[in-house]
Structures are given as C-alpha cells and as structure tokens.
Write a protein that binds this ligand. Structure first.
Ligand code: ATP
Ligand code: MG
Length: 571
C-alpha cells in the first residue's frame, strides 16, 4: 500500500477523477500490486506522435506520477518494415517536450525477442501452438465470420516434435516470407475472432532498425505486448478501446505462459474536429507533399503544434480537461485552442505588428522627430514591465483598420474620424491618396499633441484604439497564417471514390511577406511566443534568419470556444 496516499488522493492532488484512476485507487486499497503503480507508454515508431498520443502520455505518466509510480517508454517495434530510428528519436523528444520523463532507459519490444521466442517454444511444447502452412488468404478464409465459426487448419494437429523442428527452421531462414506462421491453438469457434488460433509469429526477411538481420521471424503485436508488459512488471496496461477485443488474448497468453499478469484497461481515443489522428494518414500527407513535413505547423503532430507555438502546459491542460471514458467521441478543436489562448494570455509578451500595412502620414507631426512611447509588456503580469516603442511621422496601420465608407458600427479610422493610436496620440483622418485603380494607398492624419499616451485632457471620447508601427523603425517580417488543414469537421467524411485528401482546406496556409513589426522584434529567439496586439498569438519559426524573422500564427485572439460554451449554456 502506498502509505502517503491511503484514501482520497482525489481531494489531495486535485487530479481529475476518471475510471482508470478509480481502478488504480481500488488496486491500491486492496494492495493488488503491493502498492505499486507502474504504467508504460508503448508507441510504435512508425511515425511522429500526435495530439491523440498526448492524451495517452498524460494519462500514463500523470497517473503514475500522482501515485508515486513509474512509467516506462517502450517502443513497440515488432514491425520492421515501417519503423525507423528517426521516429524513435522524435518520439523521445516529444515526450520530454510534453514534460515527462520515463523510468530508466527507453525500452524496446525487440529487447525481448529472445525471451518471446523461448515462450513460443514453451507453448509448442505444451501443445498450445503449432506451425501452420496456410497462406494469409487461407488463414483469413478459415477464420470464419462474426456469425459463423471458423474451420480448423489442416496443420493444427502436427506433433510437438514436428512443430519444434519447423519453428526452428522458420527462424533459421529456410522458408520464404508468408509461407508459414506459428499460431496459438485456442478455439476456432470462439465468439471473439482474436481467439481463433491467432498468428503468433510471421516470417519476414526484413532488416530491423535495432536487431538488424538477426531475425527473419517477428512476433505479432498481440504476442509481444502483454508479455512485454509482464517482463517490465507493469501494473496497469492502459490502451485505447480498439484493443478491448484483444484483451482476452492478452490474458490468454500471460495465463498460458504462467507469467506475471498486468491488467489491461481500455479508454477512449481522442478524436478532434477538423483533425486526423492516424499516423498512416499523416504519413500520406507528408509523402504527398500536402504539408511541408511532419512538423508543418498545420499538422496535429506534437512536432507540428510545437512549431506552431502551442505550449506543453496548454496541451497538458487540454488533456486534463477532456476526460477519460469508455465511449469514443469527438472533441471540438476550439477547446484545444481555448487552452492555448489561456496559457499564452498569461505568459506572452504583447507587441505591435501590422500584418497588412497601410501607410499613414501625420501631417502636423514634426519631420525627423521620434518619441519613445511607453508600452506595457503584459497586462497579466506586472513583472514583465514596460518597453519603449518609437513613434514618428510616418506609420503603418492595418488595412482593416481603415474604411473610406465605414459601415454602421465601424468605429475605426475613416475620413473625418478620430481614433486613438495605442500608447501614442489621438489622430484624425483628413484625406486619402489613391492609386490608379482607385485603391487607398496612403492616408493623411493630424494628431492632437495634448493627447500623448492616449489620454484626452478634455474628456472627449474615441470609440476605437488601433495599433501601429513606425515606418522608419519597422522590422520587416514574414508571417504565416493558418486555418484548419481540413475544411470538413470530419475529415474522413467523403463521397464514394474519394479519400480524406478531398477534404484538405485549400486556404490552410496564407503567407504574408511584408509585415511590419515594432523594432523590439528585430532578432527574436526561435520558438519565442508573442501576442501581436489585437491579432493573436504568434511564435518565431525556425525559418527565421537575422533581420528577417518568420512568425507562425499560433492562434487568433477571437475565442470561438467561449462562444460555443455560451451558446451551449443557453440551450
Ligand atoms: P495511429 O492510429 O495514429 O497509428 P496507434 O494507436 O497505432 O495510432 P501507437 O504508436 O500504437 O499508435 O500508440 C501508442 C499509444 O498511444 C497506444 O497506447 C495508443 O492506444 C495510444 N493512442 C494512439 N492514438 C491515440 C488517440 N487518438 N487517443 C488516445 N490515445 C492514443
Ligand atoms: Mg498501433
């Protein structure tokens, strides 16, 4: 029993309660595992981790941490054809970035290949496994269906001696790929198809990223997973719901082998609107060139959302908020963005940046004069202090902050209208300059010198405050704006004959190249995150070069989630 937390850690830790946690609490109470909590996160290194994996990581590491336990990182590397060291490295980096540290060294199912082989031999010796010569198609055919029992393989009753000989020769490389398998002898009439003599080993003359060409037979996931858990003395083997039907087989193997028996527990996969969470499909996007790579900021990979500017704190808060259940559902992408905004609101420094510049000349402001205006770095954090922002006669404002014919309720700049320039002065638009196409390319204003800092000594009111950047001092930058990668909330929903790529959003990336930033942003650190006032949160991309920063829009300011919440509350 964990003496620090006999009862009711729910109250003491503030961790969200869920059914997996309740199971652990019960096991601690009954001393089922001697007070131990030992979980594992078992990724297959066949792609980059995504936000769905983050849910599993937070659950596994979070629960172990809460109860003073341990979490292993174990690569499920039983499929040599699709696995690569690049993926192993990125997975370790991502888990650390999320803020978790696994117990000891990273582990690999391939570390156990010798032991698994011995266990297979044990099952053959006990008449619980046999070598089968049916082809993959035949095996499928013999398996039967959900409504009909399967048929026994004609090779099912081979003698132990013959099975041992054939299995040894499979291992020695005597037979071609696919010609034979080792199968568990369970029950071809079992209701659960996974128990109809499942394949334990297949022949695959493929180089493995860790074991090289030592093996030409590889264990199936089901024959490797539970035993790996057992070897590592995992207490709670937490996985997603699609493995629920595999649990009887998981249990059968550890029982048949008579080894330590961890408890498999299944929970719901994370699905997010407008987002695909399948490594196979994400790989397809990378290979097709639909995105710039696994770390494209539009990707739901941890590498992608990190590059986009999401914080590990926001992702952990999101994962803590979505709950853990026994039914698959779909979470609104807006909830993830809500957590990103919440976190960045607390920590991001505010700066002024103009993304689509419109030139403003303040006709009565002395040419050559520069004033340093004092600006607040973060209204949420007084310790972030203030900075000086230069103001001069020629400025840039957002094109959106001016309308020649203002619609009703448009209170920003328009001819004859006065607005406040943030931290500076009140200005009034006096005239505009147009190009040959009749577009406004420059506006002329006058300023009121008595309004420095944005105050009005006479108490007159202006309805709008807009941001600006001094033209002489501006840093030019590239800013990449992102929309969802898919335009359908369910990217898998397509017409017959199409695949999910039909739902790709053609406007998911917009690149603005002549953005004007205040001079404090001349040389920002890679990964640094800012709030561009009135626009959103932006982070410095790795493509930045000296004097030419590149920013990713992490998330716009508008909080669609708050609106959704309000709407739903009103129901
Ligand atoms: P994918 O379908 O993206 O390939 P996977 O389940 O094959 O995912 P693994 O590398 O096998 O990926 O997953 C490692 C762990 O992460 C497993 O325990 C799996 O259940 C969990 N996991 C994967 N996707 C999700 C998800 N969307 N939500 C929660 N957990 C997930
Ligand atoms: Mg998998």
């Amino acid at each position: 029993m964990n003496e620090n937390k006999p009862d009711g850690p729910a109250e003491s830790t503030g961790a969200p309660s869920n059914f997996v946690r309740d199971i652990i609490l019960d096991d601690l109470k009954t001393n089922k595992y001697g007070g131990r909590v030992h979980t594992r996160f078992p990724p297959e290194p066949n792609g980059y981790l995504h936000i769905g994996h983050a849910k599993s990581i937070c659950l596994n590491f979070g629960l172990a941490a809460e109860f003073g336990g341990k979490t292993n990182l174990r690569f499920d590397d039983t499929n040599p054809e699709k696995e690569e060291t690049e993926y192993v490295d990125s997975i370790m980096e991502n888990v650390r970035w999320l803020g978790f540290q696994w117990e000891g060294k990273p582990l690999y199912a391939s570390d156990y290949f010798d032991q698994l082989y011995e266990w297979a031999v044990q099952l053959i010796n006990e008449g619980k496994a046999y070598v089968c010569d049916l082809t993959a198609d035949e095996v499928r055919h013999y398996r039967g269906t959900l409504t009909e029992p399967g048929n026994e393989s004609p090779y099912r009753d081979r003698s132990v001696g013959e099975n041992l000989d054939l299995f040894e020769r499979m291992r020695a490389g005597e037979f071609p790929d696919g010609s034979r398998t080792l199968r568990a002898k369970i029950d071809m009439a079992a209701k659960n198809l996974n128990l109809r003599d499942p394949v334990m080993y297949r022949i695959l003359h493929a180089e493995h990223h860790r074991t090289g060409d030592k093996w030409c037979i590889y264990p199936m996931y089901d024959f490797a997973h539970g035993q790996s858990d057992s070897i590592e003395r995992i207490t709670h083997s937490i996985c997603t719901l699609e493995f629920e039907d595999h649990r009887p087989l998981y249990d059968w193997y550890v029982e048949a082998l008579g080894i330590y028996h961890p408890q498999q527990i299944e929970f719901d996969r994370l699905n997010l609107t407008y987002t695909l969470l399948s490594k196979r499909k994400l790989l397809q996007l990378v290979q097709n060139g639909n995105v710039r790579g696994w770390d494209d900021p539009r990707m739901p990979t941890l590498a992608g959302i990190k590059r986009r500017g999401y914080t590990p704190e926001a992702i952990r808060a999101f994962c803590g908020s979505i709950g853990v259940s026994k039914t698959n559902g779909s979470i609104e992408l807006g909830l993830l963005e809500h957590h990103v905004r919440e976190d960045l609101n607390r920590r991001a420094l505010r700066v002024m940046a103009v993304l689509r510049p419109l030139k403003v000349v303040i006709d009565n402001y002395p040419e050559g004069q520069v004033e340093e205006m004092e600006a607040i770095n973060n209204p949420e954090d007084a310790s972030a202090g203030t900075r000086k922002v230069p103001f001069s006669r020629v400025l840039y404002i957002e094109q959106d902050d001016f309308r020649e014919d203002p619609p009703k309720q448009y209170y920003r700049l328009s001819p004859g209208r006065e607005v406040r320039l943030r931290y500076a002065y009140l200005v009034t638009c006096r005239s505009v300059v147009k190009n040959q196409r009749g577009e406004v390319v420059e506006i002329h204003c006058t300023y009121d010198p008595a309004t420095k800092g944005g105050n009005t000594p006479d108490g007159r009111r202006v309805k709008s405050t807009i941001h600006w950047v001094s033209a002489r001092h501006a840093v030019e930058a590239e800013v990449r704006l992102y929309e969802t990668l898919f335009s359908n909330p369910d990217p898998n929903k397509v017409e017959t004959g199409q695949d999910f790529t039909a739902n790709l959003n053609p406007n998911s990336l917009e690149v603005l190249t002549e953005c004007k930033l205040e001079p404090s942003l001349a040389a920002p650190a890679e990964g640094a995150r800012y709030q561009f006032e009135r626009l959103g949160y932006f982070s410095v991309d790795a493509d930045s070069s000296p004097g030419k920063p590149v920013f990713n829009r992490t998330v716009a300011l508008r909080d669609s989630w708050a609106k959704i919440e309000k709407r739903d509350k009103g129901k």
